[in-house]
Ligand binder design. Sequence first.
Ligand SMILES: C[S@@+](CC[C@H](N)C(=O)[O-])C[C@H]1O[C@@H](n2cnc3c(N)ncnc32)[C@H](O)[C@@H]1O
Length: 227
Amino acid sequence: MGQNPSHHGKTLDIGNVGISGEDLPPFEAGPIDLHKWFDSDAVETPRGERALELEIGSGKGTFLVNQAAACPQTDYIGIEYAKAYWRHAADRCRRHGLTNVRLVHTEAAYFVRNYVGDGVLRQVHVYFPDPWPKSRHHKRRLIQASFLRELHRVLEPTGAVRLATDHSGYFQWMLDHANEVSDLFEQEPFESPDAAGDGELVGTNFERKYRREGRPFHATVLRKRPA
Ligand SMILES: C[S@@+](CC[C@H](N)C(=O)[O-])C[C@H]1O[C@@H](n2cnc3c(N)ncnc32)[C@H](O)[C@@H]1O
């Protein structure tokens, strides 16, 4: 926590939005009560009854800033493993006065596996994940059938994973891996979240950059099938 200059000399303050990997308890201790990360006096609905959502790969935090402001009744946890982006995004959410965002500096699959309890997330947002285009790097892709099984575990009974990418090869890969777990999820058409501006799919930095380059986008929703 606390202040640190960015490489542009601007002071970044992650306030109580940013949670560093070192602040997490030992993973052997089991899942965290994530609702406790949020102040309970700032909201009308008790925290434990509020929806909790996760964004993986928050980058500079554009989605979180807009989505959390548009949906004050939902709590958002962003995961970002690039330290400079994490600090930038946490500082940005703090400056916007958002009490319903926490940003964790850690690796997303590790975080989900070790710290997220069963059935606690309403939605998981994954927008423009790194495509790892070379075949020998495909195993590094975040979306894999095994990870989808893990996301299924942490979702509420009818929760959803929301996926968007500009990379058609990775999109096909996502669909193939979703097919491997079709007993767990059904595919739905993608509807834009509140964070998206006019004519936008999701409204992240990468979307805006790729849109200027005229790239096509692909998106889908994987809805958890009722048990
Ligand atoms: C291509 S960028 C997209 C950022 C943002 N979602 C957007 O659309 O502007 C992917 C981001 O995900 C982060 N990332 C990739 N894999 C991750 C993982 N396993 N855990 C946490 N962060 C990850 C990267 O550091 C990077 O900031």
